[in-house]
Design a protein around this ligand. Structure first.
Ligand code: HOZ
Length: 428
């Protein structure tokens, strides 16, 4: 496959955009080479500027759960755009999407729309601090909650991909209030609670981690966090930006059977437009301005185009819950196909999967936290990424990212992907 035009576009971009990209993982630094520039996408396929067609396993990092350019969403956005794209005033659609979200998700009474997952998590922490009148938070090494200051401390995803988990620009004061624990290790959380029993406002966690590859929670881990938070009157925040409306209609809370106090959303909720949200019970949400003292605002929050896309997406998922099982089935076919091919070779590997999120790590140790995720052999990962790309399959360009499958993937696409993998292995 040729990527000449992509390479040339990347060169031009580097002159006027830092690193040539508007989000670092896109620059392909972890895998080498130039990023693929996209012309259009439909269903399970990406069409790039060089005329290549790629089967997509990132689905815009999650939002395109039904495949690209899903007709009802496109129609809703077009129709809405004809009536104006932003008013800075309320629309009925905002109430409709909030009502629908509250109905689909267990355990929330109110939801506030923002523009990204970063904003959602940043605002959730401010709300938790305001509500509890405490300052410290616990986050897990390798979990990523967007790029606001409090979270850029041992963060996963792009921050880890580029070896800058602690970003310059984050003050020591901010960093002091972020306590670090290890994913799937309750003891590391307990230690913080013992040291600061009445200072921890919130524990924020990805209920299924998706920013150090995909790492499912081990049995009892989420339940343990719930109990610790109850014992210490600390709020439990589930960052469901990746898992919300993807693992189940009610997200990870429903799928794992554990309720959080504040839940953050993004990705699927926006149907491919920039949306984030955070939600909780009345008592906590009423702490937000204009009802309460904790401030948060935004000119484009609840933007009508984004709300039209999100509402259409959520309505479809609400009425077609078989999508979640279908997606899980497709993801299982990929993981079991890859496993059986790798089993025949002497290459150490681990495949993690939860619902329609998965990742492949080239290591012989179970990947259960950041430390074990980082043991993966990146040379093997690079070869695998480019081997698949050259055969028409687009994977996350970093071992610290999760795959997000979409329901437009057909059996034929999955067979094609497995054949491409077999062919790559043969030539490895
Ligand atoms: N680090 C993001 C996914 N976890 C990538 C976002 C993007 O580059 O679009």
């Amino acid at each position: 496959m040729q990527y000449q035009r992509s390479s040339s576009l990347f060169r031009s971009a580097q002159a006027v955009i830092p690193g040539g990209v508007n989000s670092p993982v896109r620059a392909f630094k972890a895998v080498g080479g130039a990023p693929v520039y996209i012309e259009k996408a439909k269903g399970a396929y990406l069409y790039d500027v060089d005329g290549n067609i790629l089967i997509d396993y990132i689905s815009s990092w999650g939002p395109m759960i039904l495949g690209h350019a899903f007709e009802p969403v496109i129609e809703a956005v077009k129709k809405r755009a004809e009536r104006g794209t932003s008013f800075g005033m309320p629309t009925e659609l905002e109430t409709q999407i909030a009502e629908l979200a509250v109905q689909m998700v267990p355990n929330i009474d109110k939801i506030r729309m923002v523009n990204s997952g970063t904003e959602a998590c940043m605002s959730a922490i401010r709300l938790a601090r305001g509500y509890t009148v405490r300052e410290k938070i616990i986050k897990f090494v390798g979990c990523y909650h967007g790029h606001s200051d409090a979270f850029l401390i041992q963060a996963g995803s792009g921050a880890m991909t580029f070896g800058i988990p602690n970003s310059p620009g984050v003050t020591q004061g901010t960093a002091r209030d972020t306590l670090l624990a290890q994913y799937n290790d309750l003891e590391s959380v307990k230690n913080h609670f013992k040291q600061y029993p009445d200072q921890i406002a919130a524990v924020i966690v990805e209920p299924v981690a998706g920013n150090m590859g995909c790492i499912p929670p081990q049995t009892g881990f989420m339940e343990g966090l719930r109990k610790l938070c109850d014992d210490y009157q600390t709020l439990l925040i589930f960052d469901e930006v990746m898992t919300g409306f993807r693992l189940a209609k009610g997200g990870a809370q429903e799928s794992l059977g554990v309720n959080a106090d504040i839940i953050t959303y993004g990705k699927v909720l926006g149907g491919g437009l920039p949306v984030g949200a955070y939600a909780s019970r009345d008592e906590i949400m009423d702490y937000l301005a204009p009802e309460g003292p904790v401030y948060q605002a935004g000119t484009l929050s609840g933007n009508p185009l984004a709300m039209a896309a999100g509402y259409t997406m959520l309505s479809y998922l609400n009425q077609n819950t078989e999508v979640f099982e279908s997606l899980e089935g497709k993801t299982k076919s990929i993981t079991s196909g890859i496993s059986s091919l790798l089993d025949k070779k002497s290459i150490p590997f681990q495949i993690n999967r939860y619902g329609s999120m998965m990742s492949l790590h080239f290591t012989d140790q179970p990947v259960v936290d950041f430390r074990t995720a980082a043991l993966g052999n990146n040379e093997d990962f690079k070869a695998y990424f480019h081997g698949m790309l050259n055969r028409g399959v687009y994977l996350p360009p970093s071992a610290f990212e999760s795959y997000f499958l979409n329901d437009a993937l057909s059996e034929k696409d999955i067979d094609f992907t497995l054949s491409a993998f077999e062919d790559w292995l043969k030539n490895k």
